[in-house]
Design a protein around this ligand. Structure first.
Ligand code: ZN
Length: 445
């Protein structure tokens, strides 16, 4: 049994509690007491302690593109050419090294679970590796090194347009399994190999562009049989929606509904351009959504209808997606601040709602239904946020200080499943900047 005394802790409400003692045994919280003195605690955490954050949408290799895709003012083509260049040079060894650095960067930012939307499966010629899941294992090893939990959302990606056009020659060949059934066979092998308490194998459909409707049931059935999370990119850009309507006469959400994809274990990633009917379908099926505002603004995608989606039955989560930045506080406040710009009005979504999205929303969307809350029985994930940094000092101990003032570099300490992973702003095992530097240099030179 270990006791952690927190100067303040956010227990899910509109305020924070002072002097909170959290007792932990075998990686789980056994009790929480507010108004406690620090006497007798073996560990002390200053500032505000929040639950571990869940990063519900990640493509680890996109981290290699940061700041490069913004050169020449950053057209869509600069982004895609560089993304394919990085994809072309990745192999399992390089992928593990990069993922280790990226996931360690996430740990430093207070992220305790990540959902990796993984479609880079095969070698540069599009052939399966000797172990067809070698790239998935590289990501799992990277997450293990970095000390956070991973939901590997193995992604079915078969086509390049909603009318079923095959994947292009070149890097796209690395993504495809040929059919939904072949995808399910490969992922089942991975599922059988990975029996871990800190790794979940989930499923993903790339998008209505990337998976022809006749192949969707194989993925849905695999996820159903394993009660696994099922994620899908949906309604990110207007061009995708126009192509989908041209091919199917329906919006992407309607196509997914008719294919049986929507449901309480499903997360629609982006959900930016939705009709009222789409929102009704997400609500009726309790489908979750994941917003990735820093990526959506970097790509010029648009602003999704967060207030309406927060009213639905589904989970609302956040992801750093392309890792233009890795900072879930920034993602959280962007949901509200983008809405203010769009409406020319303040005060639409409160700080505690946004913090819920970054913590329990993300954890549950990734299948970690016992994480994301500071309560007895939950996984012992804590994140301490400094209230005395140049960014946060003077703002008081409130959820607003965390959501609207803090940045990822104000995270001082991170505990994941009861283990210290970040102490005093440093990862306990990894020199993160140094390792990212060498992993990215391998890909981008
Ligand atoms: Zn994505």
């Amino acid at each position: 049994m270990t006791d952690w005394w927190c100067e303040h802790a956010w227990l899910g409400g509109d305020a924070v509690e002072p002097g909170v003692m959290i007792s932990v045994d075998d990686g789980r919280i056994t009790s929480i007491r507010s108004g406690a003195a620090a006497v007798g605690a073996s560990n002390r955490l200053s500032g505000i302690v929040i639950p571990g954050m869940g990063n519900a949408h990640s493509h680890a290799f996109h981290r290699a593109l940061r700041a490069r895709t913004q050169r020449d003012r950053g057209s869509f083509w600069t982004w895609r050419d560089l993304m394919y260049r990085a994809a072309d040079r990745l192999d399992p060894e390089r992928y593990r090294a990069l993922a280790r650095g990226v996931y360690a960067e996430m740990a430093l930012a207070g992220i305790t679970s990540v959902g990796e939307f993984h479609y880079l499966h095969h070698d540069a010629g599009g052939r399966r590796y000797a172990d067809p899941n070698a790239m998935g294992h590289a990501l799992i090893d990277g997450a293990t090194d970095a000390g956070l939990r991973l939901t590997l959302l193995d992604t079915c990606y078969l086509s390049s347009a909603p009318d079923g056009t095959p994947l292009n020659d070149g890097p796209q060949q690395r993504f495809g399994d040929g059919s939904g059934a072949r995808w399910a066979e490969r992922v089942e092998a991975l599922h059988q190999q990975v029996k871990r308490k800190d790794v979940l194998i989930g499923a993903a459909l790339h998008s209505v562009r990337g998976v022809p409707v006749e192949h969707m049931p194989a993925v849905v059935e695999w996820a159903e049989a394993h009660a696994a999370p099922l994620h899908v990119h949906s309604s990110e850009q207007t061009a995708e929606i126009e192509q989908c309507i041209a091919a199917h006469g329906r919006t992407p959400t309607a196509v997914l509904k008719d294919a049986g994809v929507l449901g309480a274990r499903t997360t629609a990633v982006h959900a930016t351009h939705l009709t009222a009917e789409d929102i009704g379908d997400l609500d009726a099926t309790a489908t979750g959504v994941c917003f990735c505002p820093t990526t959506e603004r970097d790509l010029g995608d648009g602003i999704g209808p967060a207030p309406a989606l927060l009213e639905t039955n589904g989970l609302f989560s956040l992801g750093s997606d392309s890792h233009a930045v890795i900072d879930l506080f920034e993602e959280a406040r962007a949901v509200e601040l983008d809405e203010r710009l769009a409406r020319e009005q303040r005060g639409i979504i409160g700080a505690s709602t946004l913090l819920h999205a970054a913590t329990v929303g993300g954890q549950h969307a990734l299948g970690w239904t016992d994480a994301g809350l500071l309560e007895a029985g939950a996984r012992a994930d804590f994140v301490a946020v400094d209230l005395n940094s140049v960014r946060t000092v003077g703002g008081g101990a409130t959820p607003e200080a965390v959501v609207f003032a803090a940045s990822a570099c104000d995270v001082t300490d991170v505990v994941i499943d009861g283990k210290i992973v970040v102490a005093d702003r440093r990862h306990v095992r990894i020199d993160v900047a140094k390792e990212l530097q060498s992993a990215i240099a391998e890909l981008m030179t």
